[in-house]
Write a protein of this length. Structure first.
Length: 309
């Protein structure tokens, strides 16, 4: 058998295939959540593009986040929904690999983008007089492009180091092709891949999260020096939504990827993966819109109605 040869042409995704009734319920839930994700994030993008009041760095990064969330859910949810009607849910080897790396790329990009958004809030609150200079249009584009570029680089590294041999064991106990589970069905040595996953977790999760913590530590100190109640309220409204999104996304991702290998629970991982890969992208536009006066005003203006007082 050659170096690149494989006996596996497709994978079986177990998901909830052993529970037909649960699959029917799951299809309905996924359909509602997926349509909600597309509608919520799509509406957010439209509001940001069409309303001049939202043409600011914060909303520029938020539009990037909405695009990411729409792509992220689309990379997996339609396939999960199709499998809900299959007694033997399968995906081709090539389709599995493509789905896995597209999801990896988008997930890593979101980690970096959330860190960039924290920096934007830091500049807005801690250096308000120089904010327009620090977060110029060119700087915003460069920061967003850097997030996407780093994500692409780390994904390409994972592609290069992908195991070569898959010799018959093609059952994946998951809803989608997820990297950690994918490596378990390889026949060749995956020790280098395991080391890469640890390194990636450090650079993608630990460093950005620590950066966000330090940034918000500085923001808290700056807010404590604000004496006016209006200033407190404005600072909390601009940061509160981002803090919630960061907590949901990083909390679920860390609980999945930073556990010791011996404590991995595949059933638990499936639920966590559904949460940050399906539920969180739907919640993000709701979190930002419900807590943001500017977004709500832009929504009512888009409908041609007077803004409720």
């Amino acid at each position: 058998m050659g170096e690149n040869s494989t006996l596996v042409t497709e994978f079986i995704l177990l998901g909830l295939s052993a529970y037909p009734r649960a699959q029917a319920v799951m299809f309905g839930v996924l359909l509602v959540v997926y349509l909600g994700t597309l509608l919520g994030n799509g509406l957010m993008i439209v509001l940001i593009i069409t309303n001049p009041l939202l043409h600011s760095p914060m909303y520029f990064f938020l539009s990037n986040l909405s695009i990411l969330d729409m792509l992220y859910t689309t990379s997996s949810v339609p396939q999960i929904m199709v499998n809900c009607f299959s007694h033997r849910p399968t995906i081709s080897f090539v389709g599995c690999v493509i789905q896995m790396y597209v999801s990896l790329f988008l997930g890593v990009a979101e980690c970096f983008l959330l860190a960039v958004m924290a920096y934007d809030r830091f500049a807005a609150i801690c250096s308000p007089l120089h904010y327009t200079l620090i977060m110029s249009k060119r700087q915003c584009v460069q920061l967003a492009a850097t997030s996407w570029a780093f994500a692409l680089l780390m994904t390409l590294i994972a592609v290069v180091l992908q195991p070569k041999h898959f010799c018959g064991h093609n059952i994946i106990n998951h809803f989608t092709c997820e990297l950690r589970v994918f490596l378990k069905v390889a026949c060749s040595d995956t020790s280098l891949n395991d080391i890469l996953m640890v390194a990636n977790s450090f650079f993608v999760l630990i460093i950005p999260f620590c950066f966000i913590l330090v940034t918000y530590g500085r923001i808290v100190l700056a807010v404590m020096r604000i004496r006016s109640g209006k200033g407190w309220s404005k600072a909390l409204s601009t940061c509160g939504s981002h803090v919630i999104v960061v907590t949901v996304f990083y909390g679920s991702a860390m609980s999945m990827y930073l556990r010791p290998e011996g404590k991995v629970s595949l059933d638990r991982d499936k639920i966590i993966a559904l949460f940050y890969g399906v539920v969180a992208p739907m919640l993000n536009p709701l979190i930002y819109s419900l807590r943001n006066k500017d977004v709500k005003e832009a929504f009512w203006r888009l409908l041609g109605r007077k803004v409720p007082q």
